[in-house]
Design a protein around this ligand. Structure first.
Ligand SMILES: Cc1cc2nc3c(=O)[nH]c(=O)nc-3n(C[C@H](O)[C@H](O)[C@H](O)COP(=O)(O)OP(=O)(O)OC[C@H]3O[C@@H](n4cnc5c(N)ncnc54)[C@H](O)[C@@H]3O)c2cc1C
Length: 403
C-alpha cells in the first residue's frame, strides 16, 4: 500500500487526502493548528463561497498563464459540487455564479470533509508543524518537533501567507525551497487598500455603490463596480477587493470612484444647477442632496474647494461642472494594503514551471506533489481560490496514489 503524507489540513490538503485514500493509499494529514480547515471555516464571511460556476483558466493569475487549466478540466465547479454532494453537502448558487452551502455556514463544509476523512481511515496528526522534508532512497522523511516518519510520497498543501490569523504562513514555501524549488516574490490580494486621501477619515463607516477604476500612471488597468466602504485608512468592500490585485501591482496607482454611475457628468452638472435653483436657501454642503449620502456630498463639496457653509444660490456653472467631475472621478492614491492578516489570498508562490500542471508532481523531486495556494496561482474574488484548492488538491491526491 502506498503511504502518503499530506502537509496541511486546509481545503487543498483535505481534498488531496480524500482522493488519495479513495484510491487505496494509506494517508496521514499533518496540520500545525489544533484542527483542520481553520481558514476554510471563516471563508466568505463565515458562509464559505466554495466555488464559482464561471471558474475557468481565465479566472487565475501567476507567472505561468494557464497552469491551472488541466486541474480545472479534471475537476471543475460542476464536478466539485457533485463530490460535495456525495459527501452530503447541499449548496445554492447565487448571483455571479457564487456557490455557498445551503446551511449558509462554512462549518458545514469543514464538517463534511473532516468526517469523510475519519470514515476513510485517514490518520490526522493535528498540532504537528512539519519542519522539514528529506529525500530518502525510497521516498521522503517528514520531520516535526522531535519526531519523523517515512512515506512513499508527500503532498505539500501548506497554503500561503494570507489570512495569517487562520493559518497563513511561509512554512510551505520554506519546505519546498528546502528541496530545491524556487519561490516568486509574495504579496497580498483580495485585501483592503490604504489610500492617501483626507476624505477617508471623514467618510469612515459609509458604504456607497460605485464604479471603480484603477489607473497606473494615467492608464486604466482594472475596473469593477458594486459596494465600496470608506474606512479611516482607505477603501474596503467587495468592489475594492475585486480590483485590489491590480491596484497593488505597481507604484503610482490611483483608484477612481464614480459615485453616481447612473447619470453622465453633463447630466449631473445640470442636476446640481437645478438643485441650486429649486432650493437656493440651502448651503453648498447640500448641493448633492438627493444624489449621494449627505456626508459624501459635503466631502465632495469641500474637496472641490467650496465653502460648504455658503448659500447654494451662489453656485455657478463652472463650480457645478467641477463638483460633477469629482463625483464621477473621486480619486484615491493607493499607498499600500492592510497586510497578510486581512488579505484573503497570496499573489505569488512556488514557481509552477517546476511542477507538472497535469499531475501536480514536482519536476525536481519525483513523488513530491504540491497543491493549493502554496503554488504561484491566485484567483479572482468570488469562490475561485477555493476552486483552485479543490481542483489542484484532487489532481495531487489522485496522482500521488497512482501505483
Ligand atoms: C478571511 C478569508 C476569507 C476567504 N474567503 C474565501 C471565499 O469565500 N472563497 C474562496 O474561494 N476563497 C476564500 N479565501 C481564500 C481561500 O480560503 C484560500 O485560497 C484557500 O483556503 C487555500 O487553500 P489551501 O489548502 O491551499 O491553504 P489553507 O486553507 O491555508 O490550508 C493550509 C493549511 O496548512 C497548514 N500548515 C501550513 N504549514 C504547515 C506545516 N509546516 N505543518 C503542518 N501544517 C501546516 C495551515 O495551518 C493550514 O491549515 C478566503 C481567505 C481568507 C483568509
Amino acid at each position: 500500500m502506498i503511504t502518503i503524507a499530506v502537509i496541511g489540513g486546509g481545503a487543498a490538503g483535505m481534498m488531496a487526502a480524500l482522493e488519495a485514500a479513495s484510491r487505496g493509499a494509506a494517508v496521514s494529514v499533518f496540520e500545525r493548528q489544533n484542527r483542520v480547515g481553520r481558514k476554510l471555516s471563516v471563508t466568505g464571511n463565515g458562509r464559505c463561497n466554495l466555488t464559482n460556476m464561471n471558474a475557468g483558466p481565465h479566472s487565475y493569475h501567476g507567472e505561468q498563464a494557464g497552469f491551472a487549466a488541466p486541474a480545472l478540466t479534471e475537476l471543475g465547479p460542476k464536478e466539485t459540487l457533485a463530490r460535495f454532494r456525495s459527501l452530503g453537502l447541499l449548496t445554492v448558487s447565487e448571483k455571479d455564479g457564487r456557490v455557498y452551502p445551503l446551511s449558509d455556514t462554512a462549518g458545514s463544509v469543514v464538517d463534511v470533509l473532516r468526517y469523510a476523512m475519519a470514515s476513510a481511515g485517514i490518520r490526522l496528526m493535528s498540532s504537528c508543524e512539519v519542519s522539514g522534508i528529506l529525500r530518502t532512497k525510497s521516498g521522503y522523511k517528514v520531520l516535526w518537533q522531535e519526531d519523523s516518519l517515512d512515506f512513499d510520497r508527500v503532498i505539500v498543501a501548506c497554503g500561503g501567507i494570507a489570512g495569517e490569523h487562520f493559518g497563513g504562513t511561509k512554512l510551505g514555501y520554506r519546505l519546498l525551497e528546502g528541496l530545491g524549488h524556487r519561490c516568486t516574490s509574495l504579496r497580498c490580494s483580495l485585501v483592503q487598500l490604504r489610500c492617501d486621501h483626507p476624505g477617508c477619515r471623514s467618510l469612515k463607516g459609509i458604504r456607497a455603490d460605485a464604479a471603480v477604476s484603477v489607473f497606473r500612471s494615467g492608464t486604466l488597468t482594472a475596473a469593477s463596480f458594486g459596494e465600496v466602504q470608506f474606512t479611516d485608512y482607505g477603501l474596503s468592500g467587495p468592489a475594492i477587493f475585486e480590483i485590489s490585485r491590480e491596484a497593488l501591482n505597481g507604484p503610482e496607482t490611483v483608484v477612481s470612484l464614480d459615485l453616481i454611475r447612473s447619470v453622465s457628468e453633463e447630466e449631473l452638472t445640470g442636476m446640481l444647477l437645478h438643485r441650486a435653483e429649486i432650493t437656493p436657501q440651502l448651503t453648498l454642503g447640500d448641493v448633492f442632496l438627493g444624489t449621494v449620502q449627505n456626508r459624501i456630498g459635503r466631502v465632495l463639496a469641500a474637496s472641490a474647494g467650496l465653502k460648504i457653509s455658503e448659500p447654494l444660490r451662489g453656485l455657478n456653472a463652472e463650480q457645478a461642472r467641477r463638483l460633477a467631475g469629482l463625483a464621477k472621478h473621486f480619486e484615491f492614491p493607493v499607498t499600500g494594503d492592510m497586510g497578510t492578516a486581512n488579505a484573503q489570498v497570496t499573489v505569488g508562490g512556488i514557481r509552477t514551471e517546476q511542477f507538472d500542471a497535469g499531475t501536480m508532481e514536482s519536476r525536481l523531486c519525483p513523488g513530491l506533489f504540491a497543491c493549493g495556494e502554496v503554488l504561484d496561482v491566485d484567483g479572482d474574488c468570488g469562490g475561485y481560490n477555493l476552486q483552485w484548492a479543490w481542483s489542484s488538491g484532487y489532481l495531487a491526491g489522485k496522482n500521488a496514489a497512482e501505483v
